[in-house]
Design a protein around this ligand. Sequence first.
Ligand SMILES: [Zn+2]
Length: 329
Amino acid sequence: MIYNRKPLQLISIDRALMKRWLAQALLLLCVQVCTMLPIATRTIADTAPLKIVATTGIVADLCKELGGSLVQVEALMGPGVDPHLYKATHGDLGSLRSADAIVFNGLHLEGKLSDILAALRTDKPVLALGELLPADRLLVVDPASKSIDPHIWFDVSLLAETIPGLTQFLVELLPGHAQTLRMQETALLGRFNELHRWAKAELSRLPEGRRVLVTAHDAFGYFGRAYGLEVHGLQGVSTAVEYGVHDIARIVELVVERKLPAIFVESSVPQRFVEAVIEGSRARGHIVALGGELYSDALGEPGSEAATYMGMVRHNVRHIVSALAPKAD
Ligand SMILES: [Zn+2]
């Protein structure tokens, strides 16, 4: 009797936890079984279009821009989806299984997909863009844990540094198209360079005291470093860690103290986070406006300006400049 009772008690206490473990274990098992399929189903021929599965819309768009008609790209995460919290569906596993290659951001952005992506790595070409960057170009957010800020796409010149590595990855899979891919690489690097310079010029119009960006989560560290803005997030670099009352108080203090004219919401993070700061500031006698919606970790809806990476950068820069610039009245 005693032998039977103990495990039963444990199961009832940790049922939710066990369910999560079981679900995760099943997904992993699924991936592992799938990757044990006969070699013939996994051999990659040098034939375009190459089927690429990317995690975020941003990674997918970069692959599309570079590969053009030589690639067929599917993004697992659509508009408004938060990659920090995203869990793979069974449909995703099918997509990952049938892909010729997989590209993801890495640096723990896709926290809950890490095990699945690692399992697939032993079997098919998988590339993490973050791993293409030298350590001295990355921002360490917590020296104790040495955790790295994964939001590399906020500095256009930094994301551009991944293009040669991504090109090489595609060239190895499509050697017959190496020349076309190299030409597309050169063209894309030119467009990235132009976008980076435009963003720098636009943001340099903001006076010194207005170069403070407050957002829902700390996604804009690379943006701040590249374009000369001080950045503050209500949540940390990952939305997986909930914000607390002291985070709201800290940001309200900053907004009131520095008389900030506007703060921003993000398309992939709930708006209530930022609304709490607006309320708190009002209670302290300072009216701070909602500077509009910025795209942080996900692209916009198809057809919108932010449906592409470059459009997303232009949207964010324009919104930031217009909300933070002194009004001529
Ligand atoms: Zn993020």
